[in-house]
Design a protein. Structure first.
Length: 245
């Protein structure tokens, strides 16, 4: 009940989202880089969290570099997921960019920042409406065949987009927004019917929901649901995850 297999690794159903380990506007470094690195080490080494979710757009690039500083060399049990396909021209500004050559360059850059030869789980962060979806996931599939990506996930997608992508690649996971205040996502039922792990982001509605009740609501949706709450506060981290260890 409390474990799930994602990208071939058995992890707890609660993972750690890392978007908050940046400056205001998800931009630049956090105010306390040493403290942020310590939080990551506590999460993995003390609390046993084995699913760490990040993105090249967080910072941008800041959190991937922070993860390497804090956790490299990575344990074999750790599932490290990142996302590509979003550019950040300014604080609080997010734009999808899915041109195949950009996605390839982004994966290569993430590998360097993370200090890895392979990304366990790489998401298409957003579908770029100006590029055929088959071309976007097709480039990730090519990188997978080259051994640079383990499994491929999709983020903020509809059932129709999941179906389109599934015609090109095996969709390992879907990461969409879902919480008790935003409780409707048609992709959830679609994923559960196809045995695709579903990773809710913003599970606490940006801190507006009671953590334990909000996470229990999500976990009760089924064994394939694996939320990724995030925090930059070590006290909050322990409150979120200590009961699940």
């Amino acid at each position: 009940m409390n474990e799930i297999t994602i990208a071939g690794k058995k992890v707890g159903r609660l993972g750690l989202g890392t978007m908050r380990l940046t400056g205001p506007g998800t931009w630049g470094e956090p105010a306390d880089m040493v403290g942020a690195a310590a939080l990551l080490r506590e999460a993995v080494h003390d609390l046993g969290i084995l699913h760490i979710d990040t993105a090249d757009a967080y910072g941008p690039h800041t959190v991937e570099e922070l993860i390497r500083r804090a956790l490299h060399p990575y344990s074999e049990e750790l599932l490290l997921a990142t996302k590509v396909g979003m550019v950040r021209p300014a604080p609080n500004v997010w734009r999808p960019l899915g041109r195949p050559e950009y996605l390839r360059a982004a994966v290569e850059a993430s590998l360097r920042r993370l200090g890895s030869e392979r990304i366990d789980l790489c998401y298409l962060h957003r579908v770029d409406p100006s590029v055929p979806l088959a071309d976007q996931v097709g480039e990730l599939a090519a990188l997978q065949q080259e051994g640079k990506i383990g499994e491929i996930g999709l983020s903020k997608v509809t059932p129709e987009q999941i179906g389109q992508a599934a015609g090109v690649v095996t969709v390992a996971t879907v990461q969409n927004c879902l919480n008790a205040a935003e409780p409707v996502d048609p992709a959830l039922a679609y994923c559960l019917a196809l045995d695709i792990p579903y990773v809710p982001y913003r599970p606490l509605n940006a801190g507006k929901l009671d953590p334990q009740e909000a996470l229990r609501w999500l976990l009760d949706l089924g064994p394939l649901v694996a939320p990724i709450p995030g925090t930059a506060d070590p006290v909050h981290l322990r409150a979120l995850f200590a009961p699940a260890t």
